[in-house]
Design a protein around this ligand. Structure first.
Ligand code: C2E
Ligand code: CA
Ligand code: CA
Length: 784
């Protein structure tokens, strides 16, 4: 079966990894780390540190030599007793005699006899060697010619070599001059000589290869006897019985020294003995750097499949520890590995990951809101939680205006009170805080079940004003809900924000984001350009919904409602395109269109002697327009309509959102004689105090209350009290959404002034409206 991304655990991790777009950066990191660490391994860049690590491990693993090999050292004492260096050669014959006499198994002489000395001395040595030819080992040596770079084998004179076996004393120094390894043999020349170490340990290693010397063997534990003591017979025989002996220069004056890692300068014979002791313990195997490096690479790859950054760093950390500690165990098993390239790789990857994690942590700090200390919307967008739970956005629509009038330190107190209300009853709720009075959170399971009640209750909480420094501040709030989807949190948040804005614009408490709009997205995006054209081509038109004076039972006017009949899509709801026009700055053009038609229509009816007042919806955006009063009065003059015949409807939420300066704008309109009506009254949060300030002549009770009157006592009470309240403030009351006779009668009993709704009449084209008004009485008696 072919590999499918997303199959199984690995597949899932892989796709997640790819999807997050993290792949590219990490592959780059991996490539770089591999390259650097690989080069480091190939050219031995890490060797000095490798050596230091090994020496540290040796210190921890330090142990004694077997004691089977004894060094007879030509030390300072020997040189003092028998001066005149080089020693006459008979002295080596004497030493050998004494050692063999004392029971030594073999005698290795680490001294070069490649050239003749005096004939007497050479003969005495030759005779001495001949006496123990089965026991004596003489050195062969490799000399590199400085000019030609050619290696030559240097052997003892044949008269000596004849009476001894030969072993190689060459050493493998690394580029730093450290003797980490010794050869098993010398393959130079025709005859193959085992190395001193291999011969001492009786090991035959692979030809031409070396083995690492185990420097954890303590050189001080190798028995050392002064040559002079042997010659003078001051050493008990048991010292040498059954043991191999290496005779060599141990006095540093003689210059036969080498650098032992971790152990400083040691005399030459020690190196061969340490090598032999290594082999006696067992032949070590040098694995090199590649195996640990491959392991590290595997680990780095695996870490990238982990979801949490913390776990990634942890895994790499574990790898680093393994590189440091595992060799301790491996050393004991005589498996020698080089871990520097592996460590380099892991340190680069781990360092980078740790740094990224650190940055993410500081980013996380940066995504806390400065005022509230709550996580910001940026944090929310990046969070992975709550895919299935509804996402709720609350927007305080008059936040900017409130904050602009506050002292610097009061914003925090305001936000604190808002947060207090939003989280009332839901302890531990994680709230996110955006700018401009936006808050967001995921509904928990309990909330999700009763979301409507929850949001209505929250909305009610915001009916009472916030008190800051003894000042009461009214907040207007709207909620947007994204019900839960597979889309990214960022997209979902966008949806919830749109819904909250729409709820605010339409004077609703809350609104759920309509996901079918996603399918409509291309159409919605082209909607705006089409809207422009629609105004010019006449696809846009105005419908008029009649209004009834309840007391006189006469039609007194109509509300102008914009209509769009799209050639393909049919009628498009104004709820849809009015908002779009508002958000894209086309509302002025649209309103001009409606206002002109409506004023024209009203003027025409009035000129026919029919008293007719026209209500036009005014978008919240336009209330802020300083030129509004002049513009409206210009239109009235042009078409010859008295200002009293025009009512501008602004929604309650729009009215609340206006600042004092803009209230002055409305006041100028009122002073002109134009009526102002508070539309959709009851959906916002206006207080009595605020209502008094709005220069409105009319209050229009929202249809949701009117429609519910016949089934809900609560709504009936609200309608009734609103009517009384409005009257007490000297305002006229319009009830919209009157759909039946009973409602109209009830409104009549409550003293409501004007009724509008399907029962009175549906929105009509101008011709239908004209017909209706010309036959006013007949139509009304039919309706009644
Ligand atoms: P609105 O100002 O509250 O308008 C009343 C809405 O209720 C109209 O919907 C109307 O058709 C509907 N309606 C009237 N009587 C009844 C009834 O008895 N029962 C029910 N269920 N509905 C009734 P429409 O025409 O779809 O308009 C929706 C909203 O679009 C309006 O709400 C208003 O906010 C906005 N709008 C319409 N025309 C304009 C305009 O020219 N300019 C601006 N800025 N907004 C407009
Ligand atoms: Ca209206
Ligand atoms: Ca309304």
């Amino acid at each position: 079966m072919a590999f499918q991304p997303g199959m199984g655990r690995f597949g899932a991790s892989w796709t997640r990894w790819r999807r997050k777009g993290a792949g590219k950066g990490r592959i780059g990191l991996l490539l770089w780390a591999t390259l650097i660490a690989g080069i480091c391994g190939a050219i031995n860049l890490g060797k000095p540190i490798e050596g230091a690590l090994r020496s540290t491990r040796n210190l921890l693993r330090g142990h004694d030599a077997s004691g089977q090999i004894v060094i007879v050292g030509i030390d300072d004492k020997s040189l003092a007793e028998f001066s005149a260096w080089p020693w006459p050669r008979r002295r080596y014959a004497e030493l050998t005699d004494a050692l063999v006499r004392a029971g030594a198994r073999r005698v290795f002489i680490d001294i070069n006899f490649d050239s003749p000395s005096s004939e007497v001395e050479d003969r005495l040595l030759e005779e001495g060697l001949a006496r123990h030819s089965d026991k004596v080992v003489l050195p062969s040596l490799e000399v590199v010619d400085a000019m030609s770079r050619q290696s030559n084998i240097v052997l003892p004179l044949s008269r000596f070599a004849r009476h001894a076996s030969l072993a190689f004393i060459g050493i493998r120094y690394d580029f730093q001059g450290v003797a980490w390894a010794l050869p098993f043999d010398s393959s130079l020349g025709r005859v193959r000589h085992p190395s001193f170490a291999a011969k001492l340990a009786n090991v035959v290693g692979p030809a031409g290869e070396s083995f690492p010397v185990d420097y954890s063997i303590d050189p001080k534990s190798i028995p050392l006897i002064s040559a002079s003591d042997v010659i003078q017979g001051r050493v008990p025989d048991r010292t040498f019985a059954g043991k191999d002996v290496v005779i060599g220069a141990t006095s540093h004056q003689l210059g036969d020294t080498f650098f032992a890692p971790g152990g400083g300068l040691l005399a030459g014979p020690y190196l061969h003995v340490l090598g032999a002791e290594t082999l006696i313990e067992g032949t070590p195997k040098a694995l090199g750097w590649f195996a640990p490096f491959a392991f590290a690479l595997l680990l780095a790859c695996a870490s990238f499949l982990l979801r949490s950054a913390g776990k990634r760093v942890l895994l790499i950390g574990a790898g680093i520890s393994a590189c440091l500690l595992a060799p301790l165990g491996l050393d004991a098993m005589r498996i020698y590995v080089e871990t520097m390239p592996a460590l380099t790789l892991l340190l680069i990857v781990g360092g980078r990951l740790a740094w990224l994690r650190h940055r993410a942590a500081s980013d996380a700090k940066a995504v806390l809101h400065k005022v509230s200390g709550l996580p910001t919307l940026t944090a929310l967008r990046e969070s992975e939680n709550g895919q299935r739970r509804p996402l709720i956005v609350a927007r305080i629509t008059n936040f900017a205006e409130i904050v602009s009038s506050l002292e610097a330190d009061q914003e925090g107190m305001l936000v604190q009170q808002v947060v207090g209300r939003l989280t009332l009853g839901s302890v531990g709720q994680k709230l996110f805080h955006g700018d401009e009075g936006v808050f967001a959170w995921f509904a928990d399971d309990e909330m999700a079940v009763t979301l409507t009640d929850h949001l209505n209750a929250l909305h009610n909480l915001f009916r009472s004003p916030v008190v800051l420094a003894n000042t009461q501040i009214d907040l207007t709030i709207a909620f947007g809900v994204e019900g839960g989807s597979d889309r990214s949190v960022a997209n979902r948040l966008g949806g919830a924000l749109v819904a909250a804005d729409e709820a605010a614009a339409q004077g609703l408490r809350w609104k759920e984001y309509d996901s079918t709009r996603l399918k409509e997205a291309p159409w919605r995006l082209s909607l705006l350009s089409q809207l422009d054209a629609a105004i010019d081509t006449g696809e846009l038109w105005v419908a008029y919904q009649p209004k009834l004076d309840i007391r006189t039972n006469r039609m007194i006017g109509a509300e102008a409602l914009v209509r769009w009949t799209h050639p393909d899509k049919g009628p498009i709801s104004p709820a849809e395109f009015v908002l779009a026009a508002e958000q894209s700055g086309r509302i002025h053009k649209l309103t001009t269109y409606v206002l002109e038609r409506a004023i024209q229509a009203a003027a025409a009816l009035n000129q026919r002697g029919i008293p007719f007042s026209i209500a036009v919806n005014l978008s919240a955006r336009l209330i802020d327009d300083a030129g509004l009063p002049e513009w409206v009065s210009g239109l009235l003059v042009r078409h010859g309509l008295r200002p009293e015949q025009l009512v501008l409807e602004i929604t309650e939420t729009a009215a609340l959102g206006t600042s004092m300066a803009h209230l002055a704008n409305l006041a100028r309109l009122r002073d002109l004689g134009v009526g102002i009506s508070v539309d959709d009254y009851g959906t916002g949060l206006s207080t009595l105090d605020y209502l008094k300030k709005i220069p409105a002549c009319e209050i229009k009770i929202d249809k949701s209350f009117v429609q519910a009157m016949h089934r809900s006592d609560g709504d009936r009470v609200i309608v009734n009290s609103t009517i009384q309240l409005a009257h007490s403030l000297g305002r006229r009351v319009v009830a919209e959404g009157v759909e039946d006779r009973e409602t109209l009668d009830a409104l009549s009993r409550m003293g409501c002034d004007i009724a509008q709704g399907f029962y009175i009449g549906r929105p009509l084209p101008l011709r239908g409206l004209a017909r209706l008004f010309l036959q006013d009485d007949r139509v009304l008696s039919a309706a009644g």
